[in-house]
Ligand binder design. Sequence first.
Ligand code: COA
Length: 182
Amino acid sequence: MTAEPLERPVDHHERLTGPGPYPDTLPLVLRTAREADLPELRRLDEEVFQEVAYPGFLLRQLFDMYEEHFLVLDDGAGRLRGYVLAATRALGRDSWILGLCVTQDRRRHGLGRELMTEVLDRLRRNGIEVVRLTVEPANLAAILLYRSLGFRPEEPDGGLRPDYFGPGMHRQIMRLDLPGCP
Ligand SMILES: CC(C)(COP(=O)(O)OP(=O)(O)OC[C@H]1O[C@@H](n2cnc3c(N)ncnc32)[C@H](O)[C@@H]1OP(=O)(O)O)[C@@H](O)C(=O)NCCC(=O)NCCS
């Protein structure tokens, strides 16, 4: 299973740029993650996910395993503003989204959708037929984004899995079936 490296500007320039080239207004590039991104990826993951961020060693190994499906938003000034990570099975046609985020200052500009759309497209082109993810049941922003992309709760119980990540850490499982490539 392969996927070409990706690097393209994100076409949300007019909504993201202000009067000058300040770090918070620079146009973003959506590209495949690189090994050199790991320290910044770790910082970003901790900034967004805090106590449930991936430990550094795990992030490293996820990168080693799933590099082709690890995409970042690069502001060109040394900061990553978002990432998405999908994991595939060696024996099977299903996959899991293991991480998605956009920094607080860049939310509601279509970037989460952009990351998801790109990774789903790459998964589909690589023959993946089913994509699953877990989401905190109260995370409305993420649930609405996933629903708008076609994800639905995976039954039973409306996808709800109490204590899925440990005591009190309930999650909802959502699933998307990808149409095959023509
Ligand atoms: C979830 C997240 C990635 C969304 O990123 P984003 O770039 O703000 O999302 P988008 O601008 O692409 O929004 C796409 C759709 O998601 C929904 N959405 C996103 N944020 C929303 C919010 N705060 N309230 C309601 N709906 C929201 C809307 O349906 C939106 O479509 P619309 O703009 O046409 O209404 C971002 O909020 C985030 O990083 N959250 C913290 C980390 C996280 O929860 N990750 C998911 C873990 S499962």
